[in-house]
Ligand binder design. Sequence first.
Ligand SMILES: Cc1cc2nc3c(=O)[nH]c(=O)nc-3n(C[C@H](O)[C@H](O)[C@H](O)COP(=O)(O)OP(=O)(O)OC[C@H]3O[C@@H](n4cnc5c(N)ncnc54)[C@H](O)[C@@H]3O)c2cc1C
Length: 349
Amino acid sequence: MVDTDILIVGGGIAGAALGAALDGRRSTLLIESEDFCGRHATGRSAAFWLENYGGPAVAPLTRASRAILAERGWLSPRGAIHLSRGETGDALTRLEPLNRAQLEARIPGLRGDWRRGWSEPSCADIDVAALHLDCLARLRHAGGKVRTGAALATARRRRGVWHVALDDGEKLTASILVDAAGAWADEVALRAGVAPLGIAPKRRTMVQLRVARSGLRDLPLVTDIAASFYFKGESDRSIWLSPHDEADSVPCDAAPDEIDVAIAIARFEEVVDWPVEAVERSWAGLRSFAPDRNPVYGFDRVAEGFFWCAGQGGFGIQTAPAAAALAAAVLLGEAPAIDPAAFDPARFR
Ligand SMILES: Cc1cc2nc3c(=O)[nH]c(=O)nc-3n(C[C@H](O)[C@H](O)[C@H](O)COP(=O)(O)OP(=O)(O)OC[C@H]3O[C@@H](n4cnc5c(N)ncnc54)[C@H](O)[C@@H]3O)c2cc1C
């Protein structure tokens, strides 16, 4: 007799969505080391849905998630415009090209060297908080438990059972251990005596800028095809801006580096002539990538009963519903709707 069939480590969107997708079919306990779920990557995202973000293996998860997100009212239209100073990108051929006059109409004050653009109307904002809270509520409603302020310290597998010790010394047993610890995924594996996969946390910076230009709330997501910045409207006179940075980091409570904020502003000033009035706030979070940048959903081939739910990179919110359904199916030995082969941790063993 174990305390719980499934012990999920990590209360961000990955752990919460998987817990909800299990739908009470096994007893489930989710533990989160922080005082509330969503303090790390999940609470720091730019909150957009962009169809091909993350690459071809990820896109089916993104597409399949859209219907669920839309049906629940968690998407609001935003649209994206990808800018170029001359270069073309293969992936953009399926998008509507915009000429200079059309670009100026959509982004007034756009500087002259941005000559080409492509429109991606399907880009949308995601209500991340509503999605995340709903997952936690569904997990609880199906009989699952969520404990915050509870960190996995060590875990050892003995005779088909995980013996887990929490930081405060409490002991638990579980049949399956799910590693949904985001930037800490490899660290949690090590704590369980499992060889890490090389899940690398990378810092991404966000800046909320107030500018001397109004009417920005519905500004599309503006990116460049060289992936050196993105920004979108936040309020009438403010935007969310990122320098698209990806600095290696240890797992931690990430904070923005001043230089990345300065780089973000410098890049922004090369795009539009809107005077910058103030940095209203800035933050950073860790996006975690497996070595091939695809997420990892599946049982470890070497460590019995250890299930990976990690490496969600910069697409963990927009893929959450479909990725959780896939992970739950694999975990329960059912046939997932999407081929799980690209996400199998066996590719690294
Ligand atoms: C700046 C930024 C912008 C982004 N923009 C987007 C976007 O627009 N769209 C999109 O889809 N995605 C975006 N992402 C990516 C998305 O936020 C992540 O993919 C997603 O939040 C990862 O969720 P997670 O649950 O794996 O990680 P987290 O939310 O970090 O959750 C992991 C949790 O595990 C807990 N934990 C760690 N160790 C232990 C332990 N030993 N015991 C118990 N708990 C533990 C941590 O405290 C943490 O709460 C962005 C990310 C960043 C940083």
